[in-house]
Design a protein around this ligand. Structure first.
Ligand SMILES: O=C(CO)COP(=O)(O)O
Ligand SMILES: O=C[C@H](O)COP(=O)(O)O
Ligand SMILES: [Zn+2]
Ligand SMILES: [Zn+2]
Length: 354
């Protein structure tokens, strides 16, 4: 199957009541980990690349790594998605490179740091929707800034997030604004702010409703029932992975992520795409630390990359199963982007706002 439309994949998830983890990938082993996990459980796949990934690997490498995944696993529906595009120009570049789905993150200005105005966000998102839908590609937008509701700290850890302090109204997406945003932009998927943030240091205690608002997901979903909601910063930061890192020389501080059970609840209320990067980083780092500590004489990179790849695969497999993806891959038709472009043009994919 060629690379397919994220809209088609998320529509299928909505119709069948499941969510899809979107894993960030930067290199060969991460792509292999995600694909082999998906293959084992029959899950559809979203591979996403940030600007940081494209810079790290180089654009041709990212493109061909993902295309190689499609070639090696022709039976798995696969989406190549650009994560956190900071300007319409960045999104245009990704579409030209062959991405079938782009995120226009207009909650921040083009510097990826300064919170933007609602009107700016509508404007840039609309521009990207026009260019993407014309070729059948999918658009994810974002309303609200990711950040820590305990401290008001914006989420700059990954280099994509506001800098400094934010007030609560900026860090929780307003359902009314979400409705207007969707009506105006007609995007496909909306990333929302509900208290999650990027990176390993999300919460200083296991999150309760005051610092992770699944209630807000429900309120937003009630207004925009057929817009697919996206949770960023949704790594669960498993305590056992932190323990392995620290057991083998790491120095990670106490921290908590987004519990899988909370994500499962959100999936019941319109969340269809769940972004995960940090958990793969933690799994790989722990495995490499352990292997090298136990095998100080080894120096073949393949020997320590193998356990890292295996540890990443186990995280991916667990999330596919936990989010209900098992066996769904075979049920997705896989329209071409040309077919999707016709559907957009015919108004078949218009958003419903209540
Ligand atoms: O949201 C993300 C990528 O866009 C990743 O979130 P984590 O840092 O929680 O893995
Ligand atoms: O959005 C954040 C992702 O975790 C990507 O992180 P990155 O910018 O370090 O590649
Ligand atoms: Zn953002
Ligand atoms: Zn993100």
């Amino acid at each position: 199957m060629p690379l397919i439309s994220m809209r088609e994949m998320l529509d299928h998830a909505a119709e069948n009541g499941y969510g899809i983890p979107a894993f960030n990938v930067n290199n060969l082993e991460q792509v292999q980990a995600v694909m082999s996990a998906a293959d084992e459980v029959g899950a559809p796949v979203i591979l996403q690349a940030s600007a940081g990934a494209r810079k790290y690997a180089g654009e041709p490498f990212i493109k061909h790594l993902i295309q190689a995944a499609a070639e090696m696993y022709p039976h798995i529906p696969l989406v190549m998605h650009q994560d956190h595009g900071t300007t319409p120009e960045v999104c245009r570049g990704a579409l030209a490179l062959g991405f079938g789905s782009v995120m226009m993150d207009g909650s921040l200005m083009g510097d990826g740091k300064t919170p933007s105005s609602f009107d700016y966000n509508v404007d840039v998102t609309k521009q990207v929707v026009a260019m993407a839908h014309a070729i059948g590609a999918t658009v994810e937008g974002e309303l609200g800034c990711l950040g820590n509701l305990e401290t008001g700290d914006a989420g700059e850890e990954d280099g994509i997030g506001a800098v400094g302090k934010l007030d609560h109204s900026q860090m929780l997406t307003d359902p009314e604004e979400a409705a207007v945003f969707v009506r105006e932009t007609q995007l496909d998927a909306l990333a929302i702010a509900i208290g999650t943030s990027h990176g390993a240091y999300k919460f200083s205690r296991p999150p309760t409703g005051d610092i992770l608002s699944i209630q807000r997901v429900k309120e937003i979903h009630a207004r925009i029932p057929n817009t697919h909601l996206v949770m960023h910063g949704s790594s669960s930061v498993p305590q056992e992975l932190l323990a392995i890192i620290n057991q083998y020389g790491g120095k990670m501080k106490e921290t908590y992520g987004v519990p899988v059970s909370e994500i499962q609840e959100a999936i019941k209320h319109g969340v269809r795409k769940v972004n995960i990067d940090t958990d793969i980083r933690l799994a790989m780092t722990g495995a490499v630390r352990k292997f090298l500590a136990e095998n100080p004489d080894k120096f073949d990179a393949r020997e320590w990359l193998k356990p890292a790849r295996e540890a990443a695969k186990q995280v991916c497999k667990a999330r596919y199963l936990e989010f209900g993806c098992e066996g769904q891959a075979a049920k997705i038709k896989g329209y071409s982007l040309e077919q999707m472009a016709k559907k957009y043009a015919a108004g078949e994919l218009a958003q419903l706002v209540k």
